[in-house]
Design a protein around this ligand. Structure first.
Ligand code: CAA
Length: 241
Protein backbone atom coordinates (compact mmCIF):
# COMPACT_ATOMS: atom_id res chain seq x y z
CA UNK A 1 0.00 0.00 0.00
CA UNK A 2 1.23 3.48 -0.83
CA UNK A 3 2.38 5.30 2.27
CA UNK A 4 1.34 8.85 3.10
CA UNK A 5 3.85 11.53 4.09
CA UNK A 6 3.42 15.09 5.36
CA UNK A 7 6.31 17.52 5.01
CA UNK A 8 5.88 20.77 6.93
CA UNK A 9 7.37 23.78 5.20
CA UNK A 10 7.44 21.41 2.27
CA UNK A 11 7.18 23.80 -0.66
CA UNK A 12 10.51 25.62 -0.42
CA UNK A 13 14.15 24.98 0.42
CA UNK A 14 15.07 21.72 2.13
CA UNK A 15 11.38 20.91 2.58
CA UNK A 16 10.68 21.07 -1.14
CA UNK A 17 13.58 18.71 -1.84
CA UNK A 18 12.23 16.32 0.80
CA UNK A 19 8.70 16.42 -0.65
CA UNK A 20 10.03 15.70 -4.12
CA UNK A 21 12.33 12.90 -2.95
CA UNK A 22 9.49 11.18 -1.08
CA UNK A 23 7.24 11.46 -4.13
CA UNK A 24 10.00 9.97 -6.26
CA UNK A 25 10.33 7.13 -3.71
CA UNK A 26 6.63 6.29 -4.16
CA UNK A 27 4.90 8.09 -1.29
CA UNK A 28 1.69 10.11 -1.45
CA UNK A 29 2.93 13.50 -0.26
CA UNK A 30 1.26 16.54 1.28
CA UNK A 31 3.38 19.66 1.70
CA UNK A 32 2.39 22.37 4.15
CA UNK A 33 3.24 26.04 3.89
CA UNK A 34 2.26 29.24 5.64
CA UNK A 35 3.47 32.49 4.11
CA UNK A 36 4.63 32.23 0.54
CA UNK A 37 1.55 31.63 -1.61
CA UNK A 38 3.34 32.17 -4.92
CA UNK A 39 6.13 29.71 -4.15
CA UNK A 40 3.56 27.12 -3.04
CA UNK A 41 1.56 27.48 -6.26
CA UNK A 42 4.68 27.16 -8.39
CA UNK A 43 5.80 24.13 -6.38
CA UNK A 44 2.46 22.37 -6.89
CA UNK A 45 2.47 23.23 -10.59
CA UNK A 46 5.97 21.84 -11.02
CA UNK A 47 5.65 18.69 -8.90
CA UNK A 48 1.94 17.87 -8.72
CA UNK A 49 2.27 17.71 -4.91
CA UNK A 50 -0.69 19.33 -3.14
CA UNK A 51 0.19 22.20 -0.82
CA UNK A 52 -1.85 22.86 2.34
CA UNK A 53 -1.77 26.28 3.96
CA UNK A 54 -1.79 26.40 7.74
CA UNK A 55 0.24 27.68 10.70
CA UNK A 56 2.10 24.69 12.13
CA UNK A 57 2.71 26.63 15.34
CA UNK A 58 -1.00 26.68 16.13
CA UNK A 59 -2.50 23.44 17.44
CA UNK A 60 -6.07 23.96 16.25
CA UNK A 61 -5.13 24.90 12.69
CA UNK A 62 -2.82 21.87 12.61
CA UNK A 63 -5.70 19.66 13.73
CA UNK A 64 -7.84 20.94 10.87
CA UNK A 65 -4.94 20.64 8.41
CA UNK A 66 -4.07 17.07 9.36
CA UNK A 67 -7.77 16.10 9.20
CA UNK A 68 -8.02 17.53 5.67
CA UNK A 69 -4.85 15.80 4.49
CA UNK A 70 -6.03 12.49 5.98
CA UNK A 71 -9.40 12.83 4.23
CA UNK A 72 -7.67 13.66 0.93
CA UNK A 73 -4.86 11.10 0.79
CA UNK A 74 -5.10 8.83 3.83
CA UNK A 75 -3.74 8.29 7.31
CA UNK A 76 -0.28 9.67 7.91
CA UNK A 77 2.59 7.16 7.96
CA UNK A 78 5.51 9.57 7.74
CA UNK A 79 5.75 13.03 9.30
CA UNK A 80 8.67 15.27 8.45
CA UNK A 81 8.78 18.24 10.83
CA UNK A 82 10.79 20.57 8.65
CA UNK A 83 9.13 24.00 8.98
CA UNK A 84 11.50 26.54 10.43
CA UNK A 85 12.28 30.25 10.46
CA UNK A 86 15.12 32.41 11.71
CA UNK A 87 14.92 35.75 13.49
CA UNK A 88 18.62 36.31 14.05
CA UNK A 89 19.87 38.89 16.55
CA UNK A 90 22.37 38.96 19.38
CA UNK A 91 20.52 38.26 22.63
CA UNK A 92 21.24 41.76 23.89
CA UNK A 93 19.25 43.06 20.91
CA UNK A 94 16.63 40.28 20.60
CA UNK A 95 12.98 41.18 21.18
CA UNK A 96 10.52 38.89 22.95
CA UNK A 97 8.68 38.70 19.62
CA UNK A 98 11.78 37.36 17.82
CA UNK A 99 12.09 34.71 20.53
CA UNK A 100 8.43 33.75 20.41
CA UNK A 101 8.14 33.60 16.61
CA UNK A 102 10.99 31.11 16.38
CA UNK A 103 9.66 28.96 19.23
CA UNK A 104 6.18 29.00 17.69
CA UNK A 105 7.25 27.92 14.22
CA UNK A 106 10.32 25.78 14.94
CA UNK A 107 9.43 23.98 18.18
CA UNK A 108 5.71 24.25 19.01
CA UNK A 109 5.09 22.88 15.52
CA UNK A 110 6.95 19.69 16.34
CA UNK A 111 4.67 19.03 19.32
CA UNK A 112 1.53 19.99 17.40
CA UNK A 113 2.09 17.87 14.33
CA UNK A 114 3.56 14.89 16.15
CA UNK A 115 0.76 14.89 18.72
CA UNK A 116 -1.83 14.81 15.95
CA UNK A 117 -0.38 11.79 14.13
CA UNK A 118 1.13 9.76 16.96
CA UNK A 119 -2.03 7.99 18.12
CA UNK A 120 -2.79 6.70 14.64
CA UNK A 121 0.80 5.55 14.13
CA UNK A 122 0.74 3.65 17.44
CA UNK A 123 -2.59 2.02 16.59
CA UNK A 124 -1.36 0.92 13.15
CA UNK A 125 2.03 -0.15 14.56
CA UNK A 126 3.93 1.80 11.94
CA UNK A 127 5.22 5.32 11.76
CA UNK A 128 8.18 7.47 10.96
CA UNK A 129 8.71 10.90 12.51
CA UNK A 130 11.71 12.76 11.14
CA UNK A 131 12.55 16.09 12.74
CA UNK A 132 14.77 18.57 10.95
CA UNK A 133 17.04 20.12 13.56
CA UNK A 134 20.24 22.02 12.71
CA UNK A 135 23.97 22.11 13.30
CA UNK A 136 23.19 25.30 15.18
CA UNK A 137 21.11 23.35 17.71
CA UNK A 138 24.11 21.12 18.29
CA UNK A 139 26.93 23.64 18.62
CA UNK A 140 25.16 26.99 19.05
CA UNK A 141 25.48 29.96 16.69
CA UNK A 142 25.99 33.63 17.41
CA UNK A 143 22.83 35.59 16.72
CA UNK A 144 20.67 32.51 17.21
CA UNK A 145 19.88 31.94 20.88
CA UNK A 146 16.26 31.50 19.81
CA UNK A 147 16.90 29.19 16.84
CA UNK A 148 19.66 27.22 18.59
CA UNK A 149 17.37 26.66 21.59
CA UNK A 150 14.47 25.51 19.40
CA UNK A 151 16.65 23.20 17.33
CA UNK A 152 18.30 21.74 20.46
CA UNK A 153 14.81 21.28 21.94
CA UNK A 154 13.91 19.19 18.92
CA UNK A 155 16.75 16.80 19.75
CA UNK A 156 15.43 16.20 23.28
CA UNK A 157 11.90 15.74 21.97
CA UNK A 158 13.17 13.21 19.43
CA UNK A 159 14.97 11.10 22.02
CA UNK A 160 12.06 11.05 24.46
CA UNK A 161 9.42 10.20 21.84
CA UNK A 162 11.64 7.51 20.30
CA UNK A 163 11.70 5.72 23.66
CA UNK A 164 7.93 6.09 24.11
CA UNK A 165 7.24 4.51 20.71
CA UNK A 166 10.01 1.94 20.44
CA UNK A 167 7.77 -1.11 20.77
CA UNK A 168 5.08 0.31 18.48
CA UNK A 169 6.88 0.23 15.14
CA UNK A 170 7.25 3.98 15.22
CA UNK A 171 10.73 5.46 14.84
CA UNK A 172 11.61 9.03 15.68
CA UNK A 173 14.84 10.57 14.45
CA UNK A 174 16.41 13.95 13.92
CA UNK A 175 18.51 15.20 11.07
CA UNK A 176 20.87 18.08 11.80
CA UNK A 177 21.77 19.71 8.51
CA UNK A 178 24.73 22.03 8.34
CA UNK A 179 24.66 25.05 6.04
CA UNK A 180 22.58 24.10 3.02
CA UNK A 181 22.19 26.21 -0.09
CA UNK A 182 18.72 27.66 0.55
CA UNK A 183 17.12 31.10 0.73
CA UNK A 184 17.45 30.98 4.53
CA UNK A 185 21.22 30.61 4.39
CA UNK A 186 21.60 33.02 1.45
CA UNK A 187 19.86 35.66 3.60
CA UNK A 188 23.01 35.87 5.72
CA UNK A 189 25.35 38.68 4.61
CA UNK A 190 27.94 37.65 1.99
CA UNK A 191 30.81 38.41 4.42
CA UNK A 192 29.36 36.22 7.18
CA UNK A 193 28.45 33.49 4.70
CA UNK A 194 32.05 33.41 3.46
CA UNK A 195 33.28 33.04 7.06
CA UNK A 196 30.89 30.11 7.48
CA UNK A 197 31.95 28.36 4.26
CA UNK A 198 35.61 28.76 5.24
CA UNK A 199 34.84 26.69 8.37
CA UNK A 200 33.25 23.79 6.42
CA UNK A 201 35.87 21.11 5.66
CA UNK A 202 34.09 20.33 2.35
CA UNK A 203 34.43 24.04 1.45
CA UNK A 204 30.91 24.31 0.07
CA UNK A 205 27.30 24.55 1.15
CA UNK A 206 25.26 21.36 1.19
CA UNK A 207 22.51 20.71 -1.32
CA UNK A 208 18.86 20.29 -0.24
CA UNK A 209 18.82 16.92 -2.04
CA UNK A 210 21.63 15.72 0.23
CA UNK A 211 19.34 16.16 3.24
CA UNK A 212 16.33 14.72 1.41
CA UNK A 213 18.18 11.47 0.69
CA UNK A 214 18.67 10.93 4.42
CA UNK A 215 14.94 11.47 4.99
CA UNK A 216 14.04 8.85 2.39
CA UNK A 217 16.29 6.33 4.12
CA UNK A 218 14.88 7.07 7.59
CA UNK A 219 11.32 6.74 6.26
CA UNK A 220 12.01 3.32 4.79
CA UNK A 221 11.38 -0.14 6.26
CA UNK A 222 15.15 -0.69 6.21
CA UNK A 223 15.62 2.01 8.86
CA UNK A 224 13.46 0.20 11.46
CA UNK A 225 16.29 -0.16 14.01
CA UNK A 226 17.45 3.44 13.71
CA UNK A 227 15.54 5.48 16.27
CA UNK A 228 16.21 8.24 18.78
CA UNK A 229 19.25 9.29 16.76
CA UNK A 230 20.59 12.51 15.30
CA UNK A 231 21.99 12.19 11.79
CA UNK A 232 24.28 14.97 10.67
CA UNK A 233 24.58 16.19 7.07
CA UNK A 234 27.09 18.99 7.48
CA UNK A 235 30.25 18.50 5.41
CA UNK A 236 32.19 17.61 8.62
CA UNK A 237 31.65 21.12 10.02
CA UNK A 238 30.59 19.71 13.39
CA UNK A 239 31.48 16.19 14.49
CA UNK A 240 30.19 14.74 17.74
CA UNK A 241 30.66 11.24 19.14
N1 CAA B 1 29.90 33.22 11.90
C1 CAA B 1 30.99 33.97 12.19
N2 CAA B 1 30.94 35.25 12.53
C2 CAA B 1 29.74 35.84 12.60
C3 CAA B 1 28.56 35.13 12.32
C4 CAA B 1 28.68 33.77 11.94
N3 CAA B 1 27.59 33.03 11.66
N4 CAA B 1 27.51 35.97 12.45
C5 CAA B 1 28.01 37.15 12.81
N5 CAA B 1 29.36 37.07 12.86
C6 CAA B 1 30.29 38.17 13.20
C7 CAA B 1 30.28 39.24 12.12
O1 CAA B 1 31.11 38.84 11.03
C8 CAA B 1 30.83 40.41 12.88
O2 CAA B 1 32.22 40.25 13.03
P1 CAA B 1 33.20 41.53 13.01
O3 CAA B 1 32.78 42.36 14.18
O4 CAA B 1 34.55 40.90 13.11
O5 CAA B 1 32.92 42.21 11.69
C9 CAA B 1 30.19 40.24 14.27
O6 CAA B 1 29.81 38.86 14.36
C10 CAA B 1 28.99 41.12 14.47
O7 CAA B 1 28.10 40.92 13.35
P2 CAA B 1 27.25 42.10 12.71
O8 CAA B 1 28.13 43.30 12.44
O9 CAA B 1 26.51 41.54 11.56
O10 CAA B 1 26.29 42.53 13.91
P3 CAA B 1 24.71 42.71 13.89
O11 CAA B 1 24.26 43.00 15.30
O12 CAA B 1 24.31 43.67 12.83
O13 CAA B 1 24.12 41.29 13.44
C11 CAA B 1 23.86 38.93 13.57
C12 CAA B 1 24.50 40.18 14.21
C13 CAA B 1 22.33 39.00 13.70
C14 CAA B 1 24.39 37.73 14.35
C15 CAA B 1 24.20 38.87 12.06
O14 CAA B 1 25.61 39.00 11.90
C16 CAA B 1 23.76 37.58 11.46
O15 CAA B 1 22.62 37.45 11.08
N6 CAA B 1 24.69 36.61 11.39
C17 CAA B 1 24.39 35.31 10.83
C18 CAA B 1 24.00 34.36 11.93
C19 CAA B 1 23.90 33.00 11.30
O16 CAA B 1 24.90 32.35 11.05
N7 CAA B 1 22.67 32.55 11.07
C20 CAA B 1 22.47 31.28 10.40
C21 CAA B 1 21.37 31.44 9.39
S1 CAA B 1 21.18 29.99 8.42
C22 CAA B 1 20.42 28.91 9.39
O17 CAA B 1 20.07 29.14 10.50
C23 CAA B 1 20.18 27.54 8.82
C24 CAA B 1 20.84 26.47 9.62
O18 CAA B 1 20.16 25.73 10.30
C25 CAA B 1 22.28 26.27 9.51
Amino acid sequence: MTRVAIVTGGTRGIGAAISEALLEAGYKVAATYHGNEKAAQEFTKKTGIAAYKFDVGDYDTCAAGVAKITADIGAVDVLVNNAGITRDAFLHKMTPQQWREVMHCDLDSVFNMSRLVIEGMRERCFGRIINISSINGQEGQVGQTNYSAAKAGILGFTRALAKECATKGVTVNAIAPGYIDTEMVRAVSPEVLQKIIDKIPLKRLGKPEEVAAMVVFLASNQAAFATGATFTVNGAQYISS
